[in-house]
Design a protein around this ligand. Structure first.
Ligand code: CS2
Length: 504
């Protein structure tokens, strides 16, 4: 979420623009005019990740890789980018200090909710070679229970009716592809850059599921063309990117002597691993350090489980312990210990570590990254949307342990702490950081809690309803363990619950 500045001191500075940006801070110097990428999800992550790799590619060689950024609803970033000639700064924050750079790769910015037709037009434009996505787990409109396209979702239903421009991401992609097929059938790549396991494969499946329920006259040719003309590579993306605050606007002002309303902050670490399956070419992202490989899955699972999965536990325990930020949370010895346990004991056994990864160094680096206090990454940011995030992180490793006869105590603790943040049992006060977490399932979870006669019933109800997919319902011991840990947590506190998970 990016809000605009409230700092009066900055108003006397010139606004960041193509004229005021100091040359030394540009990541590449030649102006990019041709738009080859339509990016859905103009949030901070995209601007600190893909855009920076694209700047490195364009610094190496010119190409038609300008990016049209599409925000879904929020106007703040798109408006500011237009006012700033599509320039913004990336503030790289490490304990040693800040560095500021400007990736000038965007050729346009629009808001889908205001110009829904323009999104379809852009995806269908012959010059578009890549449609990339960072719409968060929540943006894929899959049913948490089945993982399939949620045909009960109002937005999906409206987009399938097709009597108005599409509003969901999958609807926009399919309607854009449909138009593309009708107008010229030039191949294109749809590139998911979200934290979903097999993100390309999942996106291809959701797109196909949408196409398959269209009326027959629209369906057959489109489904065929999805196989022939559209590529959906898998990718692993990694960079910790917090929400923008005034502190980062001040840092930009100090470094560049301009006012940037929409800078993004990011840690120094960045990683991108992609399958090299593009239907219409791609930027030379390897010049920014991206790794191309046929087998992305081991990297994806490594990151999704060790980083994201552990991150969730740190965020929920930390928030319940009154910690506003991830560095504050991991600074609590019992949280750090629980993070070690979940990472080594519950997530690691479910992975094959890629040959080129030095596991000890990777794990040590994760703990350093979480401890980056200058970054101020918030527990409430990582804890938001748990109902869609945990579905990607917890069930597979948990089922693997349970089927092997072992209880994944720290995955149970992750779910227990999440449920305490969302729908606390009466008498337990989870505090402001938990209350600030946004989650589409919060209302549903609260209702389930109100209709349950015990914590055990509540946990059983949410697991049976498919909050974590449909496999865990068979393992009542997991439900029991989550309920027990909620009991310890609400009666004796978060440290005691972590202790109970570790002792078992
Ligand atoms: C975090 C991620 O919010 C979350 O769920 O785990 O956003 C994480 O910071 C990024 O995936 C890091 O690459």
């Amino acid at each position: 979420m990016t809000s605009t500045s409230s700092l009066p001191g900055l108003s006397s500075l010139p606004r960041l623009s193509s004229h005021t940006v100091p040359e030394r801070s540009l990541l590449h110097r030649r102006a990019v005019t041709e738009t080859g990428v339509v990016h859905l999800g103009l949030g901070n992550f995209h601007r600190a990740h893909q855009a920076v790799y694209t700047a490195a590619a364009l610094d190496h060689a010119d190409g038609p890789w300008g990016i049209l950024g599409v925000a879904s609803r929020s106007t703040a970033v798109a408006d500011a980018l237009r006012e700033q000639g599509h320039r913004y700064s990336v503030v790289e924050i490490s304990p040693e200090g800040a560095q500021v750079a400007v990736p000038a790769v965007h050729t346009g910015a629009l808001v889908a909710a205001h110009h829904p037709d323009a999104v379809v037009d852009a995806i269908a434009a012959p010059g578009t070679r890549i449609v990339s996505l960072t719409v968060t787990e929540h943006g894929y409109t899959f049913s948490p229970r089945t993982g399939h396209l949620d045909l009960d979702h109002e937005g999906v239903q409206a987009d399938l009716r097709g009597d108005a421009p599409p509003r969901t991401t999958i609807g926009q992609v399919v309607r854009g592809l449909q138009r593309r097929l009708r107008d010229h059938a030039t191949p294109v790549t749809v590139l998911s850059c979200d934290n979903l396991a097999g993100n390309g494969t999942q996106t291809a499946r959701l797109v196909r599921e949408f196409a398959e329920v269209l009326p027959r006259a629209e369906r057959d040719e489109l489904v065929h063309w999805l196989d022939e003309g559209v590529a959906f590579p898998n990718t692993m993306v990694d960079r910790i990117v917090p929400a923008t605050t005034d502190a980062y606007r001040t840092t930009v002002a100090d470094h560049l002597h301009v006012r940037d309303e929409v800078p993004v902050a990011a840690e120094p670490f960045t990683m991108w691993v992609l399958q090299d399956r593009f239907a219409a070419g791609r930027p030379g992202w390897e010049h920014g350090g991206a790794l191309f490989t046929d087998d992305v899955e081991p990297y994806e699972l490594l990151k999704l489980r060790l980083l994201n999965g552990t991150h969730s536990l740190i965020a929920y325990l930390g928030a319940l312990d009154g910690r506003a930020t991830i560095p504050d949370a991991i600074g609590r010895p019992f949280v750090a210990e629980a993070a070690h346990h979940v990472l080594h004991g519950d997530y690691l056994p479910s992975l094959t570590v890629p040959d080129d990864i030095d596991l000890d160094a990777y794990v040590a680096q994760l703990f350093d990254r979480w401890a980056n206090s200058a970054l101020g990454h918030r527990t409430r940011q990582v804890g938001s949307d748990g109902s869609v995030k945990l579905r990607q992180r917890v069930p597979d490793p948990a089922l693997r342990q349970l089927r092997g006869g072992r209880m994944p105590h720290h995955l149970a603790l992750t779910v227990a702490a999440y449920l305490c943040c969302m729908a606390p049992p009466s008498g337990y006060e989870p505090g402001p950081h938990a209350a600030a977490m946004a989650d589409p399932a919060r209302g549903r979870l609260r209702e389930a809690a109100e209709h349950s006669t015990s914590v055990r019933d509540f946990v059983a109800a949410v697991i049976d309803e498919g909050l974590l997919g449909d496999g865990l319902a068979e393992h009542s011991a997991f439900t029991e363990r989550v309920a027990e840990l909620i009991g310890v947590l609400t009666r004796h506190g978060t440290a005691a619950a972590a202790g109970a998970a570790a002792e078992a």
